[in-house]
Ligand binder design. Structure first.
Ligand code: P6P
Length: 335
C-alpha cells in the first residue's frame, strides 16, 4: 500500500514546497480537523447518546436548532479560542461574532463556519457536514469587529469542509488545488486520499430542489427544463438529478464526479437573494470548486467577487462543472 500521508505531514510539506501555509495557519487547520473528528464522533453515536432532535431554540436565521447544531458549534468554539491563531470566529449558529477572550492570545486569522450543515438530515441518518472559511484579519491593530469578516471570497486563505458520511472526509484548499483526507478511526488521523481534485467540465447530473420549480426565475426554469427534455431536447443528452439537501454531500459528489449544484433565488421570499449564506457556505464551497477547475456564480457574477454587506447575508448559488454553470449563467444574461 502506498505510504499514508497524514494531514500534518501534508501541511508541513506544502509549506516547504509552496510557502503558503505559515505555522499559525497550519495550527488552525489542524485544530479545525481535530474539532471535526470530535463532531464526527458525536454524529456517529446519534440516538445512543440522546443528542438527536431539536434543541428547543432558533438560530439567527430563524431556523429550529438541532442539539447537534449547538454541540458542533461549541466544539469548534472551544477547540479554536485558546490556540493563539485566531482573532475571532463567526458561525451560522451565532448572531454576532465571537471574539477570542482576553484570557487567550489573539492571532491574525478569522474563522467562519457552518458547524453542521444539512441538519434537517441529522435525525434521518443522512450525510451532513461542517463547512469552514479562513481569512486574515485586516491590518490596523484595531479591535476585531464584524466589519473585518466582510471580505470578498477571493481573499480567503483556506477553506474546506468535513463530510460526515459513510466515511468522514476532510476536503481542503489553501489556494494550491483541492485535497481530500479520510479519517482513519483506528489511527485517529486524517489520511491523504486524493490530491489535485478536478471537476469534469461537462456533466449529465444536476442538483436542485425540484419542489420549488414554480417559484424559480425564468433562466433557471429554462435550464432545468432543457435538462429534463433529454435527448429529445436542445441539449441532445439525458440528465440525472440528485438532491441530498446537504450542500456538503452534493458538493462532494460534484468534486468527485462532476455536476451542477443550484440553489437559486425564488419567489417564496423575494426579498432574500437566496437561501444559502455567502460567508460560510457559498464562499468556501465556491473557492473549492474553482480550485478544482469548476465555476461558482450567483447567476450574474462570480461568487468570490461579491462584496459582503452583512455577516449572515444570503446568496443565490450555481456551482460545479464549468460548461454547465457557464450555460445557466449565460441564460441569466438572456443569452
Ligand atoms: P432545502 C441545509 O439546510 C442547506 O442549508 C444546504 O445544506 C442544502 O443544500 C439546502 O439547505 C437544502 O435546502 O430547501 O432543499 O431543504
Amino acid at each position: 500500500m502506498s505510504q499514508r500521508i497524514s494531514l500534518t505531514r501534508y501541511l508541513v510539506e506544502q509549506q516547504r514546497e509552496h510557502g503558503n501555509i505559515p505555522s499559525e495557519l497550519r495550527l488552525l487547520l489542524e485544530v479545525v480537523a481535530r474539532a471535526c473528528k470530535s463532531i464526527s464522533q458525536a454524529v456517529s453515536k446519534g440516538d445512543l447518546t440522546g443528542i438527536l432532535g431539536v434543541a428547543g431554540s432558533e438560530n439567527v436565521q430563524g431556523e429550529v436548532q438541532k442539539q447537534l447544531d449547538i454541540i458542533a458549534n461549541e466544539v469548534l468554539i472551544e477547540a479554536n479560542e485558546w490556540g493563539g491563531h485566531l482573532a475571532a470566529m463567526a458561525s451560522e449558529e451565532m448572531e454576532a461574532i465571537h471574539v477570542v477572550p482576553n484570557r487567550y492570545p489573539q492571532g491574525e486569522y478569522l474563522l467562519m463556519f457552518d458547524p453542521l450543515d444539512g441538519s434537517s438530515n441529522i435525525d434521518v441518518n443522512v450525510s451532513i457536514g461542517t463547512i469552514f472559511s479562513v481569512f486574515k484579519k485586516p491590518e490596523g491593530g484595531h479591535a476585531v469587529t464584524e466589519q473585518d469578516f466582510l471580505q470578498k471570497g477571493r481573499e480567503q486563505v483556506a477553506a474546506g469542509y468535513c463530510l460526515y458520511g459513510p466515511q468522514t472526509t476532510l476536503v481542503l484548499t489553501v489556494g494550491a488545488g483541492v485535497v481530500m483526507f479520510t479519517l482513519d478511526r483506528e489511527q485517529g488521523s486524517f489520511v491523504l486520499i486524493k490530491e489535485n481534485v478536478q471537476v469534469p467540465v461537462d456533466t449529465q447530473e444536476f442538483a436542485i430542489n425540484m419542489s420549488n420549480m414554480r417559484h424559480w426565475a425564468e433562466p433557471v426554469k429554462r435550464y432545468v427544463d432543457e435538462c429534463l427534455q433529454g435527448t429529445e431536447g436542445p441539449r441532445g443528452k439525458n440528465f440525472n438529478m440528485r438532491w441530498v439537501a446537504s450542500m456538503v454531500a452534493d458538493v462532494h459528489r460534484i468534486l468527485t464526479r462532476g455536476g451542477v449544484f443550484m440553489y437559486p433565488w425564488d419567489q417564496r421570499e423575494p426579498h432574500k437573494a437566496g437561501k444559502l449564506r455567502l460567508l460560510y457556505e457559498a464562499n468556501p464551497m465556491g473557492w473549492l470548486i474553482e480550485q478544482a477547475g469548476g465555476v461558482a456564480t450567483n447567476g450574474q457574477q462570480r461568487i468570490l467577487d461579491l462584496q459582503p454587506t452583512a455577516l449572515h447575508e444570503r446568496v443565490s448559488v450555481f456551482l460545479g462543472s464549468k460548461n454547465e454553470v457557464d450555460r445557466v449563467t449565460r441564460y441569466h444574461a438572456g443569452l
